[in-house]
Design a protein around this ligand. Structure first.
Ligand SMILES: Cc1cc2nc3c(=O)[nH]c(=O)nc-3n(C[C@H](O)[C@H](O)[C@H](O)COP(=O)(O)OP(=O)(O)OC[C@H]3O[C@@H](n4cnc5c(N)ncnc54)[C@H](O)[C@@H]3O)c2cc1C
Length: 156
């Protein structure tokens, strides 16, 4: 709306949640080799992962989910879960910047605008820190950390 174009592209992730897993695992884990995560709570179990750069769309590639499923089965061969049905696969788009760092700063064109976004894979983890920086920018106080790496105009 303000005519500022930010360099961002969607990074698609997939997940599937099982409702009633017999002998469910007890601890969440990141399966580094398979680049996926597995999260139990109670009888439920979520498996998810991937960072797919295929443009701005909501197309689901079941092969991607199969890769996640196979990695989980490799690590937990005793886990009784089936391949997720293609029409029940969840997907979401992460806003990814060229250097993977978020945009958090003012823009020279507008005195009353603070931009905060593009947190890629870590928006939930970094949200509170970003909120603190945004409050400092709005109050025109010194930010608690050096934010030069996050400048909105760093790509020109
Ligand atoms: C598949 C998937 C996996 C994920 N895994 C993880 C994970 O493992 N760990 C983790 O921490 N996070 C994870 N996330 C969360 C992800 O990092 C965030 O969804 C993403 O970073 C979005 O954050 P953002 O706020 O930077 O979004 P952006 O869309 O870039 O930021 C824009 C923000 O500004 C707000 N906004 C827009 N316009 C205005 C306005 N005019 N005034 C005020 N506010 C405005 C929007 O509400 C939004 O919050 C995952 C997300 C997906 C989709």
């Amino acid at each position: 709306m303000v005519g500022i174009k930010l360099l961002l592209q969607p990074g698609k992730g997939y997940s599937y949640t099982y409702n009633d897993v017999p002998k469910n695992i007890k601890h969440p884990a990141i399966l580094v080799d398979g680049r996926c995560a597995i999260t139990p709570w109670g009888k439920e179990l979520r498996i998810g992962g991937t960072m797919e750069f295929s443009g701005l769309n909501n197309k689901v590639l079941p092969q991607r989910m199969k890769g996640i499923y196979n990695s989980v089965k490799d690590c937990y061969p005793g886990l009784k879960i089936d391949l997720p049905p293609a029409d029940k696969i969840w997907h979401g788009l992460r806003p990814v910047t060229p250097d993977g760092l978020p945009f958090i700063s003012r823009h020279h064109a507008f005195k009353n605008l603070v931009i905060a976004g593009g947190h890629a894979m870590l928006g939930i983890s970094q949200g509170t820190g970003t909120g603190k920086i945004v409050s400092e920018l709005i109050q025109n106080t010194t930010t608690c950390i050096d934010i030069s790496a996050f400048k909105v105009e760093r790509f020109g």
